[in-house]
Design a protein around this ligand. Structure first.
Ligand code: FES
Length: 157
C-alpha cells in the first residue's frame, strides 16, 4: 500500500517533529485515520514500515485506544456514555431514544452512512451527566430535545 503524496508529506512532517519514532506513532495513526476513516491492516503495516517499528507495536496501539477504528465508520461518530453518573441521570433512556431516532444499536452505522453510534465508558464529565461525545466535541447536560437537534444537524451535514 502506498499513501497519497499529500498524506505522506503530512506524515513526514509529524515524524520529523517527533522526538522518537515511537512518539510519532499516535499522531501518525490519527492522520491516517483522518484520511481513510479507519485503520486497515494494510495501513498499519505501512505505518510500521515507515516508523521502523514492529507491526505488533502498531497493532497494540491501534487496538488499545478506542479513538482508533479498525472498521469503516460513519461520517460522524457519536459516543454515548453509560457509566454510573450518566446511568443515574437517564443514560439508559437516552440510549433507547438515540437508538430509536437513528435506527441503529451500539456499534452500528445509520443506513445513510452519516452516523455511527458507540457506547462509551466514563467521558470524564460526570458532573454534567448525561453526556456524549460527538466526533471531538463533548455535549453535556443532554436532554432529548438537545439530542434530537444535534442528531438532525449531523444528518444534514
Ligand atoms: S459517567 Fe458519564 S461522564 Fe462520567
Amino acid at each position: 500500500m502506498n499513501f497519497p503524496e499529500q498524506l505522506k508529506a503530512r506524515l513526514d512532517a509529524i515524524i520529523s517533529s517527533s522526538e522518537t519514532r515511537q512518539s510519532a506513532l499516535i499522531p501518525v495513526l490519527r492522520e491516517i485515520q483522518n484520511e481513510y476513516g479507519h485503520l486497515s491492516n494494510e495501513s498499519m503495516e505501512k505505518t510500521a514500515d515507515m516508523l521502523g517499528l514492529p507491526p505488533s507495536s502498531v497493532q497494540n496501539v491501534a487496538t488499545f485506544y478506542t479513538m482508533f477504528f479498525r472498521q469503516p465508520v460513519g461520517k460522524h461518530v457519536v459516543w454515548l456514555c453509560r457509566t454510573l453518573a450518566c446511568a443515574l441521570r437517564g443514560a439508559e433512556q437516552m440510549e433507547h431514544h438515540v437508538c430509536e431516532r437513528l435506527g441503529v444499536k451500539f456499534g452500528e452505522t445509520t443506513a445513510d452512512g452519516q452516523i455511527t453510534l458507540m457506547e462509551a465508558e466514563c467521558l470524564a464529565s460526570c458532573g454534567t451527566a448525561p453526556v456524549m461525545l460527538v466526533d471531538d466535541t463533548l455535549e453535556e447536560n443532554l436532554t432529548r430535545e438537545r439530542v434530537d437537534k444535534l442528531l438532525e444537524e449531523l444528518r444534514k451535514d
